[in-house]
Design a protein around this ligand. Structure first.
Ligand SMILES: *[C@@H]1O[C@H](CO)[C@@H](O)[C@H](O)[C@H]1NC(C)=O
Ligand SMILES: *[C@@H]1O[C@H](CO)[C@@H](O)[C@H](O)[C@H]1NC(C)=O
Ligand SMILES: *[C@@H]1O[C@H](CO)[C@@H](O)[C@H](O)[C@H]1NC(C)=O
Length: 526
């Protein structure tokens, strides 16, 4: 007994000393962290994010619709078609070059398959799946998203028959736009445009490389062989883009009318960033740091769109600084992250550097043609950046000395999403089929012509001229959007405001996937 009580005495003292030391340490730590100025680059002691949280039905419903729009845009022999008024079309596309280019997506309300914006659409879809696949899955939307992505990447594989040859367009807008007809009944010629070593097109080759590299990550686990094929094409296309530099807009002037590129530097950086994520080959990281000064427009916030990928590149590369343990040799990334922060500071409505490109109702609005593209893309980047911050337990961002919370970026993103879904001075949703009031005269050939009508090229204009709403509802289509003065004319002859596009919808899918649950935990890109 004596022995035992003696040992208990020693043990007791020992425990008391440990407890006292722990208390002292805790007090010192608390005082220090109270005194410490908020350091935006260091994790703080905020909550650790958890798995997907509660589902927000509003965004879940809208996400499901937004993904459905891609089924409306599919060309080729349809599989599991869920759209009653759609059928097979474009089955001979590519035959001029003895290729099967029947798949892919019609760009908008017409039937051209424009490779440049289609590749951007695919890259954005991949990005949303990689970051928010678990949240999409929580609302049963992961499979439809992957299915649509694969419909486009299958097309790109076939459109890239040899290293330095890429078919970048199916159909001629001069021919196509003269007609108003359903894709299922079109009989006009569908000429092809390609780029090759003699006629290079750096931006479209690089964007297609970005699409295939990012998609290779999406399919890495579920289909390793397909993933490897995509990665092989992505590397070849990047080499082609980089070694044979030339703008496709300069080399093929006819593309200027619809998808004129203002430069290829952004696509090279964007593609290299995706290839680095897909391969972890340091050569791609060196590429973005080496060419940053030349191409990245450091310090200047830009708008993310089918033409300009700089803001997206800056956010994507920030990811590395937020999450990578080994950052040796990636000093050159800091300018990218600083520029991403400048983008974010421009978006926060109360920031000293807030953009003035806003409507009175609070919508970011940069272009009166397809105005919602930049609102939605900016909101997606803000939501994602906020999640990067929260996931790495960095809760604050400084804009010219004024401190904002990461959650304020998410609030901004929600404000844009809510505007799009109906919280706006027009009291209407810009997503077809969402809410009580939405566009009914969408500029879209297939939607405006009854499914049983057989028109030729010109007779279909009877339906274009009709003052009746579209007979087929293009569920999920995000239209171009309001003017800066927050007016919107729901008439068919208004492509500026009332035409949907695949890249708008991809950006909307990205934004809604980020908002669909209350979670801020991100999937890993690798
Ligand atoms: C296309 O963009 C280039 C700049 O890259 C510009 O010089 C040209 O005028 C533009 N073309 C059209 C039709 O807007
Ligand atoms: C549609 O309207 C345009 C003018 O607004 C007219 O030229 C054309 O003939 C009309 N087409 C049909 C098929 O009604
Ligand atoms: C709103 O802006 C559009 C395009 O800039 C313009 O055509 C229209 O007249 C304006 N409407 C009003 C009511 O100011």
């Amino acid at each position: 007994m004596g022995e035992k009580s003696k040992s208990r005495g020693w043990c007791g003292w020992f425990i008391a000393i440990i407890v006292l030391a722990a208390v002292v340490l805790a007090v010192v730590y608390t005082v220090r962290s109270r005194l410490k100025k908020p350091d935006e680059d260091k994790p703080d002691d905020g909550p650790v994010p958890g798995p997907p949280g509660a589902i927000d039905k509003k965004y879940a419903d809208a996400l499901k619709l937004a993904l459905q729009f891609f089924d409306i845009q599919k060309s080729g022999k349809l599989e599991n078609n869920k759209i009653p008024w759609r059928g097979d079309s474009g089955l001979d596309d590519g035959s001029d070059a003895k290729l099967d280019l029947s798949q892919g997506l019609y760009d908008a309300g017409d039937h051209i398959k424009f490779g440049f914006p289609m590749a951007f659409t695919a890259t954005v879809l991949s990005w949303s799946i990689l970051e928010y696949g678990d949240q999409m899955d929580a609302v049963n939307q992961l499979d439809p998203a992957k299915e649509t992505l694969r419909w486009t990447t299958d097309f790109f594989i076939k459109a890239h028959p040899s290293d330095n040859v890429l078919y970048i367009q199916v159909g001629d807008p001069k021919i196509d736009h003269k007609c108003w007809e359903r894709p299922e009944t079109m009989t006009e010629k569908r000429p092809l445009i390609k780029i090759d070593a003699e006629t290079p097109g750096t931006e479209v080759a690089a964007e297609t490389a970005a699409a295939m590299a990012s998609a290779s990550l999406v399919f890495k686990q579920s289909d390793p062989q397909y993933s490897a094929t995509l990665l092989k094409h992505a590397k070849q296309l990047f080499d082609f883009a980089d070694s044979k530099r030339g703008s496709y807009s300069v080399n093929i002037p006819e593309v200027q009318t619809y998808y004129n590129s203002t430069g290829f530097g952004d696509e090279l950086l964007w593609a290299a960033s995706w290839l680095y994520h897909a391969t972890e080959d340091k050569a791609y990281l060196d590429y973005v740091t080496k060419h940053g000064k030349e191409y990245a427009s450091f310090g200047n916030p830009t708008w993310f769109s089918w033409d300009n990928k700089l803001a997206g590149t800056q956010v994507l590369l920030s990811r590395l600084l937020f999450f990578k343990k080994d950052l040796s040799g990636s000093k050159g990334l800091f300018s990218y992250r600083d520029t991403a922060k400048a983008v974010m500071c421009g978006l926060l409505p109360n920031s000293p550097t807030a953009t003035k490109s806003r409507t009175r109702g609070g919508l970011v609005a940069v272009s009166e043609w397809n105005s919602l593209q930049q609102s939605v893309s900016a909101a997606f980047l803000a939501s994602l950046f906020s999640d990067y911050m929260l996931t790495s337990r960095i809760h604050k961002i400084s804009c010219d000395g004024k401190i904002f919370k990461a959650t304020e970026l998410r609030d901004f993103a929600k404000s844009q999403a809510d505007y799009v879904l109906g919280k706006n001075p027009m009291g209407m949703s810009f997503v077809v089929g969402y809410g009580d009031k939405y566009p009914e005269f969408v500029h879209h050939r297939g939607a405006s012509i009854p499914a049983d009508a057989t028109t030729g090229c010109l007779e279909g204009f009877k339906y274009f001229n009709s003052t009746e709403p579209n007979p087929n509802v293009a569920y999920g289509a995000l239209v171009g959007g309001p003017f800066f003065n927050e007016t919107f004319r729901d008439i068919r002859d208004n492509p500026q405001q009332n035409e949907p596009t695949t890249y708008n919808n991809a950006l909307l899918v990205a934004l809604l996937s980020s908002l669909v649950t209350t979670s801020s935990a991100l999937q890993s890109l690798n």
